[in-house]
Design a protein around this ligand. Sequence first.
Ligand code: NAI
Length: 290
Amino acid sequence: MADHGIRRVAVIGAGTMGHGIAQVAAMAGHETVLCDVDAAQLERALVRIEATLDKGVRLGKVEAAARDGALARLAGTGGLREAADGADLVIEAIPEEMALKRRIFAEAEAAAPPEAILATNTSSLSITGMARGLAAPDRFLGLHFFNPVHIMALVEIVKGDATDPGVLDRCLAFVHDLGKEPIVVTDSPGFASSRLGIVLGLEAIRMVETGVASPEDIDKAMVLGYRHPMGPLRLTDLVGLDVRLGIARYLHESLGSEAFRPPALLERMVAEGRLGKKSGRGFYDWSDKP
Ligand code: NAI
């Protein structure tokens, strides 16, 4: 595979996703700078990365020398300019707000070298829309990682209208180098992963609503009948019913398909605060699980 020429990676946002992306980039040999406006969050992220790698060493999954090398290649900063300066690839993982992301990319574009690739980890927002306003939207695309980043193999690469095919090729090679499997998707609501995942989850909820079967049996159908690692209702509980409702509303509005209309049961459960694991109750009872 062609050399992607990506040496230095800047990751903007050190939360759930950003810290994981920085970890896999540093482990793959890249000089990596992790940036967050919240100093305490940045510190937590760096501590968490070290703890995850230490655990990997204890379990025999990571060589001690690989951990030490990755930690030596990883740095943290509160300054976006400092992070983007000299970066070959800037990956943004800040909250899911279009205006905020566009502001960060305008700043990153000004600070990064002219040939640097700019990528967003958005799970739903339009790539083409986000690139609007950039001087060079051809070097912009989506690199959608999955949570937890160091475990999940998939990276969804999302092409915007203006994305240069050469930039896409370089990112394909980069994702392979991280030890991940890329898929390429044209910018459209929900990309490939959320669109399919949500439709399955919503249909399962409609089946509970109309008494087709219990949540346990619906999940069992997919686990034992289709070899899914987890049923759609259990997964909905883990992701959060409120999060899934937000995505369903967005896809219903943007795709105009009845398949994405949020079921009344989902609306009701969210209104009652039954949000899944995080609230102790969703389709399952999680009250006794940490
Ligand atoms: P998070 O809330 O855990 O982390 C966001 C981080 O960005 C926070 O640490 C915050 O302090 C920081 N931040 C906010 N404004 C900033 C700025 N101007 N400059 C630098 N840092 C800033 O969010 P999470 O869950 O990591 O999500 C990030 C992105 O990844 C979102 O677009 C989300 O949709 C997407 N995503 C999330 C997944 C998940 O399972 N949580 C899965 C795949 C994508």
